[in-house]
Design a protein around this ligand. Structure first.
Ligand SMILES: Cc1ncc(COP(=O)(O)O)c(C=O)c1O
Length: 366
């Protein structure tokens, strides 16, 4: 007997909500044997693992026949100590995007609304729609910053979760303490606000608050952090959330069992113990960010101030051509067609190639 599924074909009936959800688009890799030499398309860290990480990871590899520590106890206690928070306020996951998916699972379903700025991290609409909830996208301001007033105005009695991406991916722009506090004061206490701080370590603006200070007095605020960016462990998939006990406990309950490998747990612990080197590398990338920003401004581009490990060029209809020109020059960047290009700060040589490509593009096209 044949059956009709949601798309009119035969086979198992899949959830209709999946129709039309775009697949997550990873940054394009650098070609292995072509002219392209550098990948600046995924906000990765150009450095190899921090000192001590490989040794610990290799030692963990000897136990691949065993399941990992499901509670991530070693990593949890290291995080608790490092950030001065109780273990009961922590939950880990397969990258911060894995934890973000759990945040939706614990708060939102069909009929509920999830608010976030747009453009922002491209996983938000995908994971929101997978949950069955309705995305409510609030455009960034003219200056490519979160419009917190408009976001507060978008709250209804159906709102369950709000993402605030600080700094925002892909624009690098930030919301500052006073405006964030004012916004949080307007959010009903039964709506969870998630401060996504994937790029926290790259912030140099003293007016940008640390989410870990904000969450303490606000039971409806949770903070997302990752080992993928500053810590350079994108390939190992480990991130975490910090929130009050009911939220963190619900996240631990819904996490994929054994999702964070032992390798990832050990590497994350070793990375937390290599603080001096971490801050050295982050400092170098921040200097490079300033150099790239100033270089672009010097060439005549308008570039929002970035507090992350990437810069944003609003290119509109020229976006795709610009990305192609960069690729020909040896750097793969991340185009958002019709909007702009996000360029990760990479190795000095990669940044140089990018600056040269941007300069040539200006001369030829603008
Ligand atoms: C704002 C933001 N949040 C979360 C993530 C997810 O990172 P991961 O899942 O590797 O921790 C990213 C990755 O690009 C991001 O840009």
């Amino acid at each position: 007997m044949s059956e009709t599924n949601g798309t009119g074909g035969t086979g198992p009936r899949l959830r209709a909500v999946l129709d039309g959800i775009p697949t997550y688009k990873p940054g394009k890799p650098a070609a292995a044997d072509g002219p392209v030499a550098y990948k600046l398309s995924s906000n990765e860290n150009p450095y190899p693992p921090l000192p001590g990480v490989m040794e610990r990871a290799v030692a963990a590899a000897g136990s691949f026949n065993r399941y990992p520590d499901m509670a991530c106890s070693g990593l949890m206690s290291e995080l608790a100590e490092r950030f001065g928070i109780p273990m009961t306020h922590l939950a880990t996951g397969t990258g911060s995007v894995g934890v973000a998916q759990s945040l939706l699972q614990i708060t939102s379903g069909p009929g509920d609304e999830v608010i976030y700025a747009w453009r922002s991290f491209e996983a938000y609409p995908i994971i929101t729609r997978i949950s069955g909830a309705t995305p409510v996208q609030v455009p960034l301001t003219e200056g490519d910053v979160h419009d917190l007033d408009a976001m507060a105005g978008a709250i209804t009695d159906r709102t369950r979760l709000i993402f605030v991406c600080n700094p925002n991916n892909p624009t690098g722009t930030v919301v500052r303490r006073a405006e964030l506090e004012r916004f949080l004061d307007r959010v009903p206490s039964d709506v969870l606000v998630v401060l996504d701080e994937a790029y926290r370590e790259f912030i140099r603006d003293p007016e940008v608050p640390d989410g870990l200070e904000i969450y303490r007095d606000r039971p409806n605020v949770a903070v997302l952090r990752t080992f993928s960016k500053a810590y350079g462990l994108a390939g190992l998939r480990v991130g975490f959330a910090v929130g009050h006990e009911p939220v963190a406990a619900a996240l631990r309950k819904t996490a994929v069992p054994f999702g964070v490998s032992q390798l990832a747990q050990e590497a994350a612990v070793a990375s937390l113990r290599a603080e001096d080197e971490l801050w050295g590398r982050v400092g170098t990338l921040v200097c490079e960010r300033t150099r790239v920003h100033e270089g672009l401004v010097g060439q005549g581009w308008t570039v929002p101030d970035s507090q992350a490990n990437f810069v944003w060029l609003r290119l509109g209809e020229r976006t795709v051509d610009f990305a192609a020109a960069c690729e020909r020059a040896g750097v793969v960047v991340r185009p958002f067609p019709g909007e702009g290009v996000r360029v990760t700060i990479g190795e000095t040589e990669a940044n140089d190639l990018f600056l040269r490509a941007a300069e040539n593009f200006r001369k030829e096209h603008l």
